[in-house]
Design a protein around this ligand. Structure first.
Ligand code: SAH
Length: 239
């Protein structure tokens, strides 16, 4: 009997040690399972195929970028409010914009519309440097705080008018605009590198817009992918 008990003790000790070392166990991240389902059912199943994008979406803790009360809904298939009348996009749209951006290690990326900071975190999983601007100082501040607490040190956030881009850091390999614009802001076109990608929802603020991916070829923006979407409006000059 004593021998059997000793055996159980040792098996338990070894198993516990393995769990601790691998970080396994239900206590580590209660959102790991819903996040993986999101990747499988909302992203892979709908055609997001870039393995690096899927891995980034499987890693960035979306539930930490929203008010605590909404965290249980973080991995559901819809946008959520983040305060100041703004929203964090649906996971599929974040993944699609990232895939269309063709973000590679070493890239310098600009995001216009920091919001919660979640899209910036996903970009930071893939790129070396991410610059993100929000016109609402309270959102920029809160996003910077969360990104810092999660050690996303590759992301720099500032509050300002993203319509003007971030000239001191230009040119960029990719630019993602996460608010709906009536036209491509001229500064963003200028700040995109040759061969660079610009992903932006274009159309009127009230209604459906067209998420459009442009590539800069011989100095000119050429559209090559489109999807109907609905975004909160970009603050544009004179509006
Ligand atoms: N990408 C965000 C969601 C963005 S919501 C996320 O992952 O959570 C759109 C954001 O665009 C809002 O936070 C809004 O304040 C910002 N915005 C609107 N007009 C802007 C402008 N001209 N310059 C910078 N940010 C702007």
């Amino acid at each position: 009997m004593a021998k059997k008990l000793r055996h159980i003790f040792w098996v338990g000790l070894v198993f516990g040690g393995i769990c601790l070392l691998s970080g396994a166990g239900p206590a580590t991240d209660p959102y790991a399972a819903p996040r993986q389902s999101m990747v499988d059912l909302q992203l892979k199943a709908r055609g997001i195929s870039d393995a690096r994008v899927l891995a980034a979406m499987g890693k960035a803790p979306r539930h930490l970028f929203m008010p605590e009360l909404l965290a249980p809904m973080a991995y559901e298939d819809h946008p959520l409010p983040i305060g100041s009348g703004q929203t964090i996009s649906q996971p599929y749209i974040v993944a699609l914009m990232t895939e269309w951006g063709e973000i590679k290690a070493g890239d310098k990326v600009l995001e216009v519309g920091t919001g919660s900071g979640y899209q910036a975190a996903v970009l930071a999983e893939l790129a070396d440097k991410v610059f993100s601007i929000d016109i609402r100082p309270e959102l920029a501040e809160q996003a910077a705080k969360v990104l810092k607490s999660l050690s996303y040190s590759q992301v720099k956030v500032k509050s300002g008018d993203g319509y003007l881009g971030w000239p001191e850091q230009a040119p960029f390999d990719a630019i993602l605009v996460t608010a709906a614009a009536t036209r491509v802001p001229p500064a963003l076109e200028k700040q995109l590198k040759e061969g660079g990608r610009l992903v932006i929802p274009l159309g009127q603020a009230e209604g459906v817009q067209t998420l459009t991916r442009f590539r800069k070829i011989q100095g000119k923006l050429r559209p090559d992918s489109r999807l109907a979407v609905r975004f909160v409006p970009l603050v544009e000059p004179g509006k």
